[in-house]
Design a protein around this ligand. Structure first.
Ligand SMILES: [Zn+2]
Length: 487
């Protein structure tokens, strides 16, 4: 998410005694107190020493119940949300209750039916636990902190089980995906290393376009998309992959887009944070989405590199940077939606609403009425705000948010939990929406004459429609706790 934690939404810093939680548990066998010797079957072994792993401590309560502590972000104990750990040495039919006791946030989609995801060695596809097995409540035993408890029954002795806050998408997974794209030798896809993170991980940049467009004398329309500045927001990576998959595909819409637009994608802005299993920060504890104004080449090298590239493109008279979209995930809202900037001129406000409106038509899970435009001081260091100030009035900068949990479609009363596939689908829908956008603007050769951008006002206003000009919720669509963001 984009926004900053406010005090009312932040549990006390002492919660969970995280001073002691500096590393992940490593093959930690939790046996009953007083027990000595090798762990028996059923003495659970917890581990989070793997990529994107996070579990800082386990307290044995009784044979059936364990208190689990999230390891805070490296160098920033304020953030404790993402968890991702494995459990093995289980007994068949062993029932347990795991209490996650030190979340740094109080508002949560757990109140609305969200549940952790689980997989096991013999069932490697992630699934959400049944919501009925999950409880979220204020707990007197934990300084009245909010605790998420879930019941689980192990069923296969030889399986290793893994539990996580949401579907993980690791740095290595991204590298494998990008390697597989490389192997296709597509002439319209270029992969570069734009820089390195503090821990020397790759900062990848993809350029997807018809290579003819890249010749120096050509005018270029550029769409720039970034993801994973906040490392715990793994849904952003699925969206980003869906976006890339569509654009490199043989789909006719993708081919037209490549012939007219240069797509630049930075799929992982914070590779160290992702690798380490942080929720919001980089290795050094920085929320990179607050440092766009003055990124340091040594403290925020990935951000610095991306900003340099954008500034350089902005100075190139042949380049028109038309869209910047930064993808996030949201821990209290449902659906996909956007944040945009506010402007004085009504015409510009109007133009900025066009893309989200079109996306609302194309994506059943995208909500225009949850989309909002703001200029909060606390968000001045975000990519959207900073670039909105840097780029001229023909550029549009958005944060694309997607719920960690679910979406509601028109006419349905029950939330549909997102899957890895539906997150990717949203990414594909974002990509194909650019065709409609550019058609509407008479910018594509194959465009039929007619509709100017302002004619959008007469379009039916989508599944989540009925919006006023600032895009705030007017149709009574369900908003979680009536708040916009806490990220
Ligand atoms: Zn975020």
């Amino acid at each position: 998410m984009e926004e900053i934690h406010r005090d009312s939404d932040t549990a006390g810093n002492e919660a969970g005694g995280e001073d002691a939680l500096v590393g992940n548990v490593s093959k930690l066998a939790v046996s009953p107190p007083g027990y000595t010797g090798a762990p028996r079957k059923g003495h659970l072994i917890f581990d989070a020493c793997f990529e994107s792993g996070n579990l800082g401590r386990v307290d044995y309560i009784n044979e059936f119940e364990f208190d689990l502590f999230i390891r805070p972000d490296t160098c920033n104990p304020r953030f404790r949300v993402w968890f991702n750990f494995s459990v093995e040495n289980v007994r068949e039919t062993q029932r347990v209750i795991f209490n996650i006791v030190n979340f740094s946030k109080t508002k949560s989609l757990y109140r609305d039916g969200m549940s952790p995801v689980v997989k096991s060695t013999s069932r490697p596809k992630w699934q959400r636990l049944p919501a009925k097995n999950v409880y979220y409540y204020r707990c007197p035993d934990h300084r009245r902190n909010y605790v998420m408890s879930f019941a689980f029954c192990f069923d296969r002795e030889d399986d290793v089980y893994q539990f996580a806050y949401c579907y993980p998408y690791t740095y290595s997974r991204l590298q494998h995906y990008l390697d597989s794209l490389d192997r296709r030798n597509l002439d319209y896809l270029k992969r570069e290393q734009l820089g390195l993170s503090v821990q020397q991980r790759r900062l990848d940049l993809l350029t997807i376009t018809n290579p003819i467009l890249l010749s120096p004398e050509r005018e270029k329309k550029v769409v720039f998309l970034t993801a994973r500045v906040h490392p715990g927001e793994s849904p952003a990576s699925f969206i980003c992959q869906g976006f890339i998959d569509f654009l490199v595909s043989e789909h006719p819409v993708a081919q037209i887009l490549r012939d007219h637009v240069v797509f630049k994608v930075v799929p992982m802005l914070n590779p160290d944070g992702v690798y380490l299993g942080n929720y919001r920060c980089s290795l050094m504890g920085f929320d990179l989405n607050r440092h766009w104004q003055e990124p340091s080449p040594w403290a925020h090298p990935t951000l610095h590199a991306v900003k340099q590239l954008i500034v350089q493109m902005n100075q190139d008279p042949k380049v028109s940077l038309e869209f910047y979209i930064d993808v996030h995930a949201h821990s209290t809202m449902m659906n996909g939606f956007m944040y945009g900037n506010v402007f004085e001129e009504e015409e510009r406000v109007h133009r900025q609403a066009v893309f989200p409106r079109l996306l609302c038509h194309n994506a059943p899970d995208f909500s225009f009425s949850s989309t909002s435009f703001n200029k909060d001081v606390v968000k001045a260091g975000t990519g959207r705000r900073f670039l909105g100030g840097l780029l001229d009035d023909t550029s549009y900068c958005y944060t694309l948010e997607v719920s960690f949990y679910s979406y509601m479609t028109a006419g349905s009363a029950t939330p549909m939990p997102y899957t890895e596939e539906t997150y990717m689908k949203l990414g594909r829908n974002v990509a194909r929406t650019f065709l409609e956008y550019y058609r509407l603007n008479n910018l594509l050769d194959d465009n039929k004459p007619g509709s100017h951008i302002n004619s959008l006002n007469v379009l039916p206003s989508g599944r989540h429609g009925n919006n006023n000009s600032n895009g705030r919720n007017q149709d009574g669509e369900r908003k979680i706790h009536g708040v916009k963001g806490d990220c």
